[in-house]
Design a protein around this ligand. Structure first.
Ligand SMILES: [Zn+2]
Ligand SMILES: [Zn+2]
Length: 472
């Protein structure tokens, strides 16, 4: 089947121009001047399907490099399955996710990878890849890191938080980094000083400070900056590339920028919640409502200016990609586990559906350029995680993962409006976006069009990733 997307403005990470996009089956085969007959035919008349993108942006499908579908956490699990979560992603213009396989202490890495393949296979609406969480750095997991590269799982997440669950000590981190430096893999780091945080949490609870607000107060920015610094220094010793996930403190990003300026392979990721939401307005909401926004790293104080500073770091390129850290939990029976004790609230926010829209609002508001929007949402995540060429770009030979985005459209976020994630609330209730995801193609198949969902569980395939294409 041939498809022509005509009369739109193709936006890439480096520029924008009017081009027609020709798709054959699952693959983009040509970019042409609008109306071009250079191929010897009038494509608008001969293509089997024609999508009119007049007045609209034509962008690569979004690549969300950080999601947690069905992730086990504290006796429950994230409320989106691979089926519901990837469907919601498609609604929002994301056509690839990279989800995290979890190895907890005492589990064998390759067993956990097999389990995640079982969970995702046949369920996904869009393509997906995996990162591997290494919760237990030992001989077996170090050996598995080499095997994972061959399996197309080329990045390994370590934790400096959650002692007794996922935390790796500095020696373990060093050994894993040496492994990545040797096999070409990427180290992803959850950078918070978990031992210090656990003491602050216990002291707060002992004082009767049990509301969700104290989740933020007990994870101060110093614990994030300190851990980020330590990770940067350990990476420097080993030569491993380091990607710091979900950075929310401006001081941590400043440390990442400093390492980058020194020529180190260090990268920072942030998420929409850290750009828009805050300790005061969200975690500090009355009663138990703040539980909706409990995630780690936590939302930061607006009075301290983190949000504006994070937008700045997107402009300067020190934020490499914006992902969601999509890890949804319902209020009922899940977030409610932490009534009377914020430490028992499952950590996570659901955003996989809204990332492209929320970042586009940054373009409308004059915070980032149109090209930077595509860069941090689509292109650089693809390069960072070894997907580029197939994903993250509109070019001949690439998978036909494409979003037609209407800058004259409008999106109202919230329950009963735009909300396809399996959650009983929206962390983004009331947000209004000056743009709209009109049409979404996943490998040439129209999965969303004109407000209708046309996708199918099982269309999405596992993507074996190569090594990072974004290293210096
Ligand atoms: Zn994390
Ligand atoms: Zn995460």
């Amino acid at each position: 089947m041939t498809t022509l997307i005509r009369n739109g403005t193709v936006v890439s990470a480096t520029g924008s121009s009017r081009q027609d996009v020709l798709i054959d089956g699952e693959t983009i085969v040509a970019l042409l001047a609008p109306g071009s007959t250079a191929l010897g035919v009038d494509l608008a008349a001969t293509a089997e399907r024609v999508i009119d993108a007049t007045g609209k942006y034509v962008i690569p499908g979004g690549v969300d490099g950080h999601t947690h579908m069905e992730m086990p956490f504290g006796g429950t699990k994230a409320s989106d399955t691979f089926e519901t979560g990837t469907r919601a992603a498609a609604w929002g213009g994301t056509t690839t996710i990279v989800d995290f396989v979890v190895q907890a202490q005492g589990q064998r890495v390759m067993d956990t990878l097999a389990a995640w393949h079982d969970k995702a296979a046949g369920q996904c609406a869009i393509d997906y890849g995996f990162h591997q969480i290494i919760g237990d750095v030992d001989e077996e997991s170090l050996k598995a890191m080499d095997a994972l590269i061959d399996e197309g799982v080329t990045s390994f997440k370590l934790f400096m938080a959650y002692p007794g669950v996922f935390l790796s000590d500095d020696g373990q981190i060093l050994r894993a980094m040496q492994g990545a430096a040797g096999n070409g893999g990427l180290i992803m780091m959850h950078a918070e000083n978990g031992s210090a945080i656990d003491v602050l949490v216990q002291q707060a609870l002992a004082r009767g400070e049990t509301a969700p607000y104290y989740h933020g107060v007990t994870r101060p920015w110093q614990t994030e900056q300190e851990a980020t610094h330590r990770a940067v220094m350990l990476a420097d010793i080993t030569g491993a590339p380091l990607y710091v996930v979900h950075v929310s403190a401006k001081q941590a990003l400043a440390r990442i920028a400093e390492a980058r300026n020194a020529g180190q392979n260090v990268f920072g990721e942030t998420c929409p919640q850290y750009l828009y939401l805050s300790l005061e307005e969200n975690l500090g909401a009355p009663g138990f409502e703040g539980a909706k926004w409990v995630c780690s790293t936590p939302l930061r104080s607006r009075a301290e200016g983190h949000q504006d500073e994070l937008w700045k770091f997107i402009r300067t390129g020190d934020v490499t990609s914006v992902s969601t850290d999509h890890c949804p939990f319902c209020m009922k029976d899940q977030k409610e586990m932490g009534l009377g004790n914020f430490a028992k609230i499952p950590n996570g926010i659901g955003s996989v559906e809204h990332r492209i829209d929320l970042l586009y609002q940054g373009v409308v508001d004059g915070r980032i350029s149109l090209e930077r929007w595509v860069d941090v949402c689509c292109t650089t995540p693809a390069r960072m995680f070894g997907l580029y060429g197939r994903k993250g770009v509109i070019a001949p030979g690439a998978d036909a993962d494409i979003v037609v985005y209407d800058p004259a459209g409008h999106t109202s976020i919230g329950l009963g409006k735009t909300h396809h994630m399996n959650m009983d609330y929206s962390a983004w209730e009331g947000y209004e976006i000056d743009g709209h995801v009109d049409t979404v193609l996943s490998r040439g198949r129209v999965v969303v069009d004109g407000g209708a969902y046309l996708g199918q569980a099982g269309h999405g395939r596992f993507v074996k990733r190569g090594l990072s294409q974004n290293l210096i």
